[in-house]
Each structure stands twice: as C-alpha cells, then as structure tokens.
Design a protein around this ligand. Sequence first.
Ligand code: 3H9
Length: 706
Amino acid sequence: MTDMENKAVAYNVEQGVATLTMQSAPVNALSRAVRVGLIEGIEAALADDSVNAIVVTSSLPIFSGGADISEFSGGDLSPMLPEVLDKIENATKPVVAVLPGPAFGGGLEVALACHHRITFAGNKVGLPEVNLGILPGAGGTQRLPRLADVQTALSMIVTGRPTSVVKLPGVFDKISDKPEHLLDDTKQYLASLTESNAIKRTSEITLSMNEEVQGVFDAVTAQTKKASKGFFAPLKCIEAVKGAYTLAFEDGLKHEGKLFMACMNTPQARAQQHFFFAERAAGHVSDFDKSTPERSIEKVAIIGAGTMGGGIAMNFANAGIPVTMLELKPEALEKGLALIRKNYENSAKKGKLTQDQVESRMALLSGTTSYDDLSEVDLVIEAVFEKMEVKKTVFSTLDKVCKPGAILASNTSTLDIDEIATATSRPEDVIGLHFFSPANVMKLLEVVKADKTSSEVIKTCMKMAKRIKKVAVLVGVCFGFVGNRMIEPYGREANRLLLEGATPEQVDRVLTEFGMPMGPFTMGDMAGLDIGYYVRQSRQEYISHDPAYGAVADRLVEMGRNGLKTGRGAYNYEPGSRVPIPDPEVLEIAKQEANRLGVKQRSDISDEEILVRVMYTLINEGACILEEGIAAKSSDIDVIYVYGYGFPVYRGGPMQYADEVGLGTILDKLTTYRDQLGDYGKMWLQPSELLIKLAQENASFKNYSK
Ligand code: 3H9
C-alpha cells in the first residue's frame, strides 16, 4: 500500500519503511482525523510484511501543536489520544518519531510514545497544557520523567515553557546538526537498529521515589505555590508527575487521567482555553482582508522622548527598525536617549542582553529637534503631552512635513482621534496606537481606528504590532477607548466605597483575592493620584452631577498625598519602599468628606458588595462598549484586560468571567446594589441595555456580535 484515504495523515511505504506524515495545517493539531490517520497507519504498517520500521513525521514546519483545543468542547472524539499512543507504543515494529519542527503538548506525547525520537539541534519541544488550565493527559506526565530527569520534567510540565532539544539528551536518540540532515540521519539511524534495540518502550522504564527525588518535588511545590498563586492546574501537574515515581506505569496513566479530568472541568480551564483563542481572534478583524494592500514600515519616528516615547522607541529598535526621536529641546532629547541607554544597560546587567546588542539597538536610535528630518519616515507616533491643542499642533506640522502615505499615529490614551485627524489633510492616514506603560514591557497595543482611517492603515498597524511583539486589539474611538474607559467605574466605585466607610486595605484585599495583581488603591498610588485628579478636572461634564465623585481622592491630592512618589497617598510608604502602610488619617479624611457631602458611612460593607460594585460595574461598562461597537467582540475586551491590566488569565478576562458567573447573576446583583444605594445607585449602577437583554435571553457575551 502506498497511499491511504486519510488527508490528515499521508501513508507511504518505501524500502521497508512505512512513513506516516501528518499534514493537517496549520499546526497538525491532533484532531480526530489525525488520530484516525495515525491508528490506521500503524495498523496498515503492522499488517504489511514488507514493512520493517515505521516513521511518524510531519510535512509542516511543525511536528504538532498538540491536541485540537477546539475539540475540548465536545463531539465524537473517539479514538482518544491515549488510545492512539497505546497503539503506537505497543507496536511490534520499531516506531521512530522524526521531528522537523517543534512538538507541543499531545504532539510531544506522540513522540514520547514512539520507540525512538530524532530531531535537529535548533528545535524546541514543550508540554504547555498548564497554560490551558490542564495537564498533559496522554501520558506526558508519565513518559517525560522516564526519559528526562525529574527536575527537567517537572519544570517543563509545571511552567509549560518550551525547551531546547539539546537540553533533553535522554529524550532524543539522535539530534542532527541541521534540519537538512534530518532525512539522511534518519535513514542511517534506521539502518543501525538491531533486534535488541529496535523496540524501546518508555513505559518499561521503572522509576522510584527516593530522598533526592522527593527533595526536588518539595522544592518545586514550594516554588509553584508562590509563582502560580491562584492557579489550579500547576499543583495538579506536580501530583500527576509524582505518580510516575510512586505507581506502576498503567496506574500512573489512570492517575494522570483523573487529574486531567479534574482540571478540564474547572472554570479556570475554560477561561484559559477561551483566552488562547481570544488572543488569536484579536488579530482576525473584518476591516481588512487578504486583498487589502499593506504599507511597508522601515523607518519610524517618535514625537516626544519622555518615558512613554522612549519605551515605544525601544520596541522598534528591538525589532531592528530604525527610529528617529524628536524633541524640540536638545536637553530633553539627550535625556530621553540616555534613559533608553540606561534601560538597555540594566537589561545587560541582568544578562538579558549582550553589550553588543545594547550597542546595535542604540545605533538604530537617532535624535532630532527638527520636523524636517521626518520627511522620509513611514510611521510617526506622537507621544506628547495629553492635551488636544498640543496634539493638533503636532499633527498639522506632521501633515506638512511627512511624505504621502506615511502613517500618522497618536499614542493618546483618551483623546478623540477623529478630532486629532481634522488637523491634517489626510485623515485616512491617521490612527491611534495606544501603548501601555511601561511601553517596552507591556504586550498590549490598542489600535484605535477613527472614522476615516483607511483599512490599509489599519492592516499595516495590526501587522506591524506582531513585528514588534505586541498583541494588538482593534478598538473604536471614545473617551479612554476600551481599557481606560472600563477602569473608570472600577476606580470610581473603589473611591465611593472608601467614602461610605470601607478601608483601602479591605477593597484592595478583595480585588487581590479575586486575582488582580494589586488593588485599586495600591494601583492609584503607584500611578500617581494626581493623574486621576487632572482627568477629573478635565471631565467635569461627565461627573459634575455627582458632587461626591472622587471626593476623597481629590482631598488627598490637595494635601500633597500624590501616592508612592510623595511617600503618601491612599497609603503611607517608608522611604524607598513600595509596601503600602494603612494610614488612619485617610479614614479620617473619608469620614470628614462623608459628613460634608451627607453620605452615610457604614461598617457593614461586605466583600461581596465590594466585588460587585467594583468588578461588575467594570463588566457593565464592557457591555456598553460592545453595544456601541467600540470593541468588535467580548474576547477583545478580555485580551485588553489580561495584557493591559493584569486581569487574572485564569478568569479569562472580565467578559469571560461574567459569562462564567452567568449574566443573570451579574444583572441581579448589580440591580440589588443599585436599588440599595438610592440616588447614587441610579446615577452609576444602571445595568446596560445589552446586559439586560442578554441576561433575559439567558445568553452570553461570548456569542454576541453587533
Ligand atoms: C493537549 O495537547 C492535551 C493533551 O496533553 C491531552 C489530550 C488528551 N488546537 O498560534 P498561532 C490554531 S492541549 C487547535 O497563530 P504560531 C490557532 O488557533 C494542547 N488549534 O501560530 C490558530 O488558528 P487561527 C497543547 C490550534 O505559529 C492557528 O492554529 N498545545 C492549536 O504563532 C495558528 O496558531 C498547546 O497548548 C491547537 N493545539 O504558533 C500549543 N494550536 O489561525 C498551542 C494552534 O484560526 N499552540 N492552533 O487563529 C501554540 O502554542 C501555537 O499555536 C504554536 C504555533 C506554537 C503551535
């Protein structure tokens, strides 16, 4: 037989070797078709007397991306992956996995079940299931420790990080120096097999627990409890691997299977799998398609060499793209460039960059004080003071000096891009590129399309984001776009709760227990309370109907308590320390403000009330954003919150969290507090039309599209 009818796995026999070639683009996810193809291929090879050995490989640049995650929601799944691997391992002819590219998750598990593994030196493999809220469920936790040492196996399974194959000498029987040599090396390897070494079943290796191994388990467990706080799967991974040392292989597999199912049935697994697709779906936008032309971005300019401008510039230099930085004063320019150098030098000190890399990146950065030097750039990003008049002046100057076709972008975090675009004669070339601070570190980029932004410009910016290793989400124009618009109710309710008698520690504790990296008061102190103060000053039309809006925060700023940078904010700070220390003076100010404004203080504010008022109002704002079409899909909001605000990925983002809780419950609780809070509730806790509609239909944000 030379060909079988399975399109996902090609079958071919040549010179006594049956080759099973997975060819299921884009990543050879182990869908049912691939699993069937592998089983049929093994069976055909075993039944064919002319076949002496079996090769499992791939026609794609990847061996396999693992189990098909889209199948996790159900359907006819037999044969399951463990069944396929059982068939492979128990084959009575040698089975060799040949990896022309990476193998992840179930993909690596396929290779581990084969009798031999061959790859090339530059390749990587991994068991990233933990990032999906699960664990390797097709023998990975039992087979990897049998081939690698306990430390390596645990580290790969618990962190999910890919590992270079050269660090896994026990796993690979042959590592070619180059991918081009893989074919010849495989032929030679097959020829070298003898009767005694032809079939090596990983399951037949025995492991046992001893003091040294136990010590590694203890250390990894302690470290995981710290590093993966809040996550369910990592500790289950450790438990599963332990089975490899304490149970017979078959029992270890059963133990792994039980733990796999325990993980799979959690909201965390649903959230993390949702997030996997959400991140990728953010790149799928209807504003352009394959036929939309793309512009080339080979030279970039940044207006403003402050912290933000400098951070943005570093992203481009890191990607090898030359950047011209513009400041009107030479001192500011020098200061900006020196700050970038300092950042790079710090990375070099930590061993993240070599000195040569520091120099080559710095060589890509140049400075100017003249707009005339921007005539040749393909993209300009403005990062100047957050004031409309200032931005408009910059854009009208750019309009005059930049070449036709240059993309003119603003890094504004709140201002109206449509209005900024009116300062130019080419609004179709104007777009918002909202980087998050620190811009060289944070992965998120809100790409803000204005009314007239062309699809060509949108496409170019979305693609450019990938080049500079950002996760881009396309959003529409409104105050604060998606991320900052939603953070407003979050901060507003936190401040109001303080006025009503909650303490900053209580509010922050509720939010950190929820999984946020820090609570709203610690976050406010870190950012500087003066920032929120100026935003409130500039948004009187939005808040003036509520005289108590931000009252305590305003008082703190007026007293010079601007947060961490002044050593006092919602908390106190020891010099040089970032540890917040509760301050009774803040509670006293809250009491005085409550008296002044006629707000009744209560001592019975529950943790649930805090969570509902802070988190559910944020979700409610997300619903308004969806309803208005500012975000195209709820998963885009989730990506923004996980990457921009540290929302716990194990909750999948605010909209996934709401779907998990149930929109009916979100609506009920929000309505309850709205009613309890009288006039204040009517002002700020009104559920959005979309939330009401979806809750009544028993529907979810996930399936909503405008
Ligand atoms: C597992 O194996 C469980 C087992 O232990 C036990 C089972 C019993 N499934 O990322 P990309 C799609 S769990 C389905 O843009 P890249 C992806 O959605 C699995 N689809 O490409 C995208 O689709 P679209 C453990 C998948 O080159 C397209 O492929 N494995 C899967 O930047 C391209 O993806 C993992 O966790 C999948 N497994 O990166 C690995 N993988 O074009 C997950 C990808 O419609 N995958 N797709 O948006 C990855 O880490 C990356 O996709 C990979 C390629 C590195 C493979």
